[in-house]
Design a protein around this ligand. Structure first.
Ligand code: AMP
Length: 279
């Protein structure tokens, strides 16, 4: 595995590989890797000739006051995990190399990104889209793999790829969970034992939504209400519980084919997200 630390070198390697006819698959991450990230790598590994993984804690997607400074990092451990997954290139750029003081162009989205996480984290998706567009230009992937865990992120990236004609195929991988159901996340490390126990209610509330729907309940208000009761019982601070059309990301009052149930809840200072698809 080659570790590449500059944008210039990464770009040169990618262009050379493409000119020799090799395909590139790409997994962008913020590091502190877990099984969720590794499942993306395994999918990407089989999808192209060369697998590139990036680790970059992107400052522009953190809203002021968020956890940018304390975001968990462990580069040595991440390097060995990537090597074990047969990653060809691990790209870890410095912030100063990715952004300079003269940056005045960004990528933004005006509809799908404005609700849910976009409402509580204004500017977050602008930061995500801008860095993903930059990374796509630097890494030149044919295929990029993302996790369903960040359902809204996937949807806005797919829209960017369509609207801006990026020649990149997006593959989405299901949510990887701990044995007890908690969705894996680098931020789970912030949770105290007590919060970790209570945070299971995110998964439980999604299971409840699935059970209600399987039992014939199609009224989104009823399902959201019962989910909220469950989260309240765990003393979680609900940011949102939403039931949406997967394509438009508009609230659904009745559940039809391909409906997303998504929620964000805070336990202490830690904000967790999770979702499930009802179909
Ligand atoms: P992050 O490092 O949190 O920015 O995530 C990098 C990629 O891993 C994103 O595409 C995430 O959606 C994906 N990811 C994070 N957690 C999980 C998980 N539990 N299951 C599947 N994919 C995940």
């Amino acid at each position: 595995m080659q570790i590449v630390k500059t944008v210039k070198e990464m770009h040169a390697i990618a262009l050379a590989a493409k000119s020799e006819g090799h395909s590139i698959s790409f997994v962008p991450t913020m590091g502190f890797l877990h099984e969720g990230h590794l499942s993306l790598m395994r999918k990407a590994r089989d999808a192209a000739d060369m697998l590139v993984v990036s680790i970059f804690v992107n400052p522009s997607q953190f809203v002021p006051g968020e956890d940018l400074d304390r975001y968990p990092r462990n580069m040595k451990r991440d390097e060995s995990l990537c090597a074990a997954e047969a990653v060809d290139i691990l790209f870890c750029p410095e912030t100063e190399d990715m952004y300079n003081d003269n940056n005045t162009v960004v990528v933004d989205e005006y509809e799908l990104s404005k609700q849910l996480c976009g409402a509580s984290r204004p500017g977050h998706f602008k930061g995500v889209l801008t860095v993903v567009a930059k990374l796509f230009n630097i890494v030149q992937p044919n295929i990029a793999v993302f996790g369903q865990k960040d359902a809204q992120q996937v949807r806005v990236i797919e829209q960017m790829v369509t609207d801006l004609n990026f020649p990149v195929q997006i593959i989405v991988i299901p949510i990887v969970r701990e044995d007890d159901g908690l969705a894996m996340s680098s931020r789970n490390t912030y949770l105290s034992d007590d919060e970790r126990g209570r945070a299971l209610c995110l998964y439980k509330s999604l299971c409840l939504a699935e059970k209600l729907y399987d039992g014939g309940e199609c009224d989104a208000q009823v399902i959201k209400g019962l989910m909220r009761e469950l989260i309240n019982s765990s003393k979680g601070d609900v940011d949102y519980i939403e039931i949406l059309d997967m394509k438009t990301f508009q609230s659904a009052s009745t559940i039809q084919a391909e409906t997303l149930v998504a929620l964000a809840v805070k336990y202490g200072a830690t904000r967790l997200i999770d979702n499930t698809i009802l179909d």
